[in-house]
Design a protein around this ligand. Structure first.
Ligand SMILES: Cc1cc2nc3c(=O)[nH]c(=O)nc-3n(C[C@H](O)[C@H](O)[C@H](O)COP(=O)(O)OP(=O)(O)OC[C@H]3O[C@@H](n4cnc5c(N)ncnc54)[C@H](O)[C@@H]3O)c2cc1C
Length: 512
């Protein structure tokens, strides 16, 4: 019997992939799309290594891809798309004694959590896409979620990584261990640029609770750990094939409180007062979101006063169910000067009822959009929490000026706001509107000390804005890092760092 080839889809050194297969990989969850020149689904790490060796030898760009739920187009491109799900999803191995798990890059957090729950453990970073997205994509984007205000983003939970470098060399990284031999010359090259700019970098790094824009150089300077360079690198430095992750115990008892506000400054003051109490979530639903909920006539959702500016959903925990009322009192006392009303839920069914308001978002937005299209292109900005009112007010002004309705919500506790503008794709100049709004929002975010991505990454969409957001010396360090790891620029070119002449909407998929 013939040996199985190391790749699906006919890719075998000299490749050809059928058009229908390539077309199936052209799109993703975000607004960008591109027909790849080929698709490879490697069956093993050795096959990934051979593919990258071949890519180096032939100067063929590579687009690593997980579940393609990423928003800013890091998962699409004209090179060879590498499907890292199909053959990289062996059942996760949970080790309860060390509270850790070994996962292949195609495993989803939902799959890991089902395995870890048997040991009363979980991976506590919870993107809303948790049933579909993969750890390869989460590590690449430093993904986060509603509970990141307590647990941080993916980075904090990554212990070890197996990866393949641009030239096909494999490496294993472990936190606290010296870098492997294969990485030393790469890091030495990078340090020639980094070391002379380290102070400028520290001084000019945005002071944020969460960030997925650029490369995580401040984390790297602090830890000295190359894992911090790989996490958040969006497939531009290496392909991750597996990882060892820390797990957390479940909180023994949780409750939820819904807080109503008639003023954005008061909402933010409440957030700042709550942060020292370490809530599990601190989610904001802006009045644009509340309007959608009201107009949807969804009677099963809580009734909301039309005068509200925002609502916060604050989840908290206690060492036992008996101690939940005490924890709730603490929260209510803290927010008393700011909130107009509070509704609390201490039983799991009541908690689930309140959460329905937040989870109603996606279906309600699609219903509300009518003939317009919900387009995520300014969907992930992050600012210092104290600047949230200025960001939300500035954002509303920009959207109003461009006659662009939008639904706004997000992770207030981390200063990370999701915006779903509803674009009229029948109007003559809607593409110009996208360019202008992106530019103005970028300027607003920069003026408030933020970046364009708290958790989704820069991708291709935000790469052209990189030098508007980041200090020139930091951009020089980003470039030095990329060329040290990937001197010929073959791993996801145009992602994080733009290609010459690249514009945000170059690969916009068809809408009209
Ligand atoms: C409905 C919905 C809700 C979402 N909610 C959240 C949320 O709450 N929080 C959040 O952070 N994100 C969220 N996202 C965005 C997305 O789910 C995350 O960014 C996720 O981490 C992407 O994972 P993926 O497997 O789909 O990766 P992909 O989209 O396939 O890829 C994303 C990036 O990772 C790179 N990549 C993928 N696999 C590898 C690998 N093995 N090695 C190296 N690079 C790789 C790709 O090149 C690309 O740059 C949401 C998306 C959707 C559609």
């Amino acid at each position: 019997m013939a040996e199985p080839t190391p790749y699906d889809y006919g890719f075998n050194g000299d490749f050809e992939t059928a058009l229908p297969v390539r077309a199936a990989y052209a799109g993703a969850s975000g607004i960008l799309a591109a027909l790849p020149c080929a698709v490879a689904a490697p069956r093993s790490t050795a096959a990934v290594a051979a593919l990258l060796e071949w890519s180096s030898a032939t100067a063929t760009p590579i687009v690593p891809r997980g579940a393609a739920t990423g928003m800013p187009g890091g998962n699409v491109g004209p090179g060879v798309v590498v499907d890292l799900v199909r053959h990289f999803r062996a059942p996760p191995v949970v080790d309860p004694t060390s509270s850790s798990a070994l996962v292949e890059c195609g495993v989803t957090p939902a799959e890991l959590n089902r395995a870890a729950a048997r040991h009363r453990l979980h991976f506590p970073v919870d993107p809303s896409s948790w049933e579909r997205c993969t750890f390869g994509g989460m590590i690449a984007n430093n993904a986060a979620g509603a509970h990141s205000v307590r647990y941080g983003a993916t980075r904090r939970w990554v212990r070890e990584i197996d990866l393949v470098l641009a030239d096909g060399t494999t490496a294993h990284l472990r936190r606290g261990a010296p870098p492997p031999e294969s990485l030393r010359p790469i890091l030495a090259r990078f340090h020639r640029t980094l070391d002379v700019r380290a102070n400028v970098l520290r001084e000019n790094w945005p002071r944020l609770r969460k960030n997925s824009s650029g490369y995580a150089l401040l984390d790297y300077l602090t830890s000295g750990d190359p894992i911090d360079l790989i996490v958040g690198s969006e497939g531009t430095l290496a392909i991750v094939t597996s990882a060892s992750l820390d797990l957390a115990p479940f909180p023994p008892a949780t409750g939820l409180v819904l807080l109503e506000f008639d003023d954005l400054r008061a909402t933010t003051d409440a957030v700042l007062t709550l942060l020292p109490l370490q809530p599990l979530t601190c989610e904001i639903l802006d009045r644009t979101f509340l309007d959608v909920v009201r107009s949807a006539d969804a009677t099963s959702l809580p009734r909301l006063d039309p005068a509200l500016e925002a609502v916060l959903l604050v989840e908290f925990d206690a060492p036992s169910p008996d101690q939940l009322p005490e924890a709730l009192d603490q929260i209510r006392t803290a927010v008393d000067p700011f909130a107009v009303r509070a509704y609390s839920a201490l039983r799991p069914d009541a908690v689930a009822d309140l959460w329905r308001l937040r989870h109603a978002a996606s279906p309600l937005i699609s219903r509300h959009a009518g003939n317009r299209v919900s387009m995520q292109f300014i969907e992930d900005s992050v600012v210092p929490v104290s600047n949230l009112p200025d960001y939300l007010r500035g954002l509303r002004q920009i959207l109003h000026r461009f006659d662009l309705p939008a639904v706004v919500f997000g992770h207030a506790g981390d200063g990370n706001i999701h915006v779903n503008p509803l674009v009229d794709v029948q109007s003559a100049n809607w593409r110009d509107t996208l360019d202008a709004v992106l530019l103005e929002v970028t300027e607003l975010v920069v003026s408030l000390g933020g970046t364009l991505s708290g958790e989704h990454g820069d991708g291709r969409l935000r790469a052209p804005a990189l030098s508007r957001v980041w200090h020139p010396d930091i951009v020089a360090c980003f470039q030095a890092l990329k060329s040290a790891f990937d001197p010929v620029n073959l791993l996801n070119p145009g992602v994080i760092l733009p290609s010459p002449g690249q514009r945000p909407f170059d690969m916009l998929r068809k809408f009209a």
